[in-house]
Design a protein around this ligand. Structure first.
Ligand code: NAD
Length: 244
């Protein structure tokens, strides 16, 4: 892909699953990758530059960005991939549950974009890719608050894309469908195998996504080939969601 060699990329949630595959792919394309994750030991196994950052904490994010830019140089690419959910019926959740889900999936990406985008705009070059979810486009059972947070992230992506459109910074979202990761495995407990097999039957391509399926789209959106694409939401879901 064009224009990725030597670029500096921050990937949140890069210690596991989809974020790990994105970090590996961007490194293969020649990027200097810094991983911001709570699990710094796992992050270190993926990338040379691993920062222990809690994306929900603005101070922690600012300190991580300052360290990354001091060690690697200005950030060219930001991928917001850290995410979390614990699927339950909405009527059985509490306000405390909502706070955690919204903090990680929506406020986290806001913190990162607020810390990184001013520098990108000043340098007149930047790529932001927000990892949303098809749940944020069409809703999903047992994940009402998570879907709301991801839907909020999609609306934010489009709005910031408009705000930064003339500054050389693009902002796009990738919406994975069900993808084989530790988060998916943890989400459905004992019922998981039965649920996953019914989901596989509903996917036109008849298989779950793999983290690497998402990584290619992120690398494309981060590259020079995607210079004229902003404010878009791309589903990577084997055809499960065909949104207009
Ligand atoms: P995962 O659990 O394998 O990885 C998530 C990573 O985020 C972990 O390394 C975790 O330590 C990190 N993280 C969590 N909270 C954090 C915080 N507060 N600060 C910093 N790091 C934190 O999950 P995954 O399945 O790879 O999910 C990656 C992204 O893709 C998430 O945004 C998720 O919502 C989204 N997604 C996943 C699926 C799926 O089926 N797996 C589907 C749609 C969207």
């Amino acid at each position: 892909m064009r224009g990725l060699t030597g670029r500096r990329a921050i990937v949140t949630g890069g210690a596991s699953g989809i974020g790990k595959a994105i970090s590996v792919r961007l490194a293969e394309e020649g990027c200097h990758v810094g991983i911001f994750d709570l699990n710094v030991d796992a992050a270190r196994e993926v990338s040379g530059l691993a920062c222990q950052v809690d994306v929900t904490d603005y101070g922690s994010v600012q300190a991580g960005v300052a360290r990354f830019e001091a060690e690697s140089g200005p950030c060219d690419i930001l991928v917001n991939c850290a995410g979390w959910d614990s699927p339950r019926l909405f009527l059985e959740t509490s306000p405390g549950d909502w706070e955690k889900i919204i903090a990680i999936n929506l406020r986290g990406p806001l913190n990162l974009q607020h810390a990184v985008c001013p520098g990108m705009a000043a340098r007149r070059r930047g790529r932001v890719v927000n990892i949303a979810s098809d749940a944020g486009r069409v809703g999903a059972g047992l994940t009402a608050v998570y879907s709301a947070a991801k839907g909020g992230l999609i609306a934010f992506t489009k709005s910031l894309a408009r705000e930064l459109a003339t500054s050389g910074v693009t902002v796009n979202a990738v919406a994975p469908g069900p993808t084989r990761t530790p988060l998916l495995d943890a989400s459905f407990g004992d019922d998981g195998a039965r649920w996953l097999s019914s989901v596989e039957k509903a996917i036109p391509m008849k298989r779950l996504g793999e983290p690497e399926d998402v990584a290619g789209m992120v690398a494309f959106l981060a590259s020079d080939d995607a210079a004229y694409i902003t404010g878009q939401v791309i589903s990577v879901s084997g055809g499960l969601t065909m949104a207009g």
